[in-house]
Design a protein around this ligand. Structure first.
Ligand code: CMP
Length: 140
């Protein structure tokens, strides 16, 4: 089925000038960019986005990293968009990411891993609503 998923190009990849290369991979795989914005997350926004990780030992460093510079947030739309985006990203840890994936090619560490992608359709809905109003998403 056609789905939407949320993608974040993280501060490391934005800072390393990889926005274009990463978005090209989405588009070449058949995922449409249905929404797109660049923003500097506040601490509160980053904490709320990653609320499910709030008890993890890496939570504070995760939030610090995500507010260390601007991010680029996208809604990707297409057939099986959640799973397709996860395939394109590769494993969370770039050392475990398959060759040719975004994280294998652009990430430097599990903490600075270039991209985030929703892990289910339920989290995609929550994450899309976290960043975008309905009239900012172009579902053509
Ligand atoms: P992301 O998909 O954005 O969701 C949570 C993030 O926590 C994850 O990607 C990683 O970048 C980050 N993270 C930092 N340290 C760890 C860790 N030790 N294990 C898993 N995720 C981590």
């Amino acid at each position: 089925a056609v789905e939407q998923t949320l993608s974040i190009i993280k501060p490391d990849a934005v800072g390393n000038h990889h926005i274009g290369a990463i978005i090209q991979r989405f588009e070449e795989s058949g995922l449409k960019i249905a929404a797109l914005k660049m923003l500097q997350l506040s601490r509160e926004q980053a904490e709320g986005f990653y609320a499910e990780h709030s008890e993890r030992p890496f939570f504070t460093s995760l939030v610090e990293f995500m507010i260390s510079g601007p991010v680029c947030v996208q809604v990707l739309q297409g057939e099986s968009a959640v799973a397709r985006n996860r395939e394109l990203m590769g494993a969370t840890n770039p050392e475990e990411a398959a060759p040719g994936t975004i994280r294998a090619d652009f990430a430097t560490a599990v903490s600075a891993n270039a991209v985030h992608g929703s892990d289910s359709q339920a989290s995609a809905r929550r994450e899309i609503d976290y960043f975008f109003a309905a009239d900012e998403i172009y579902t053509r």
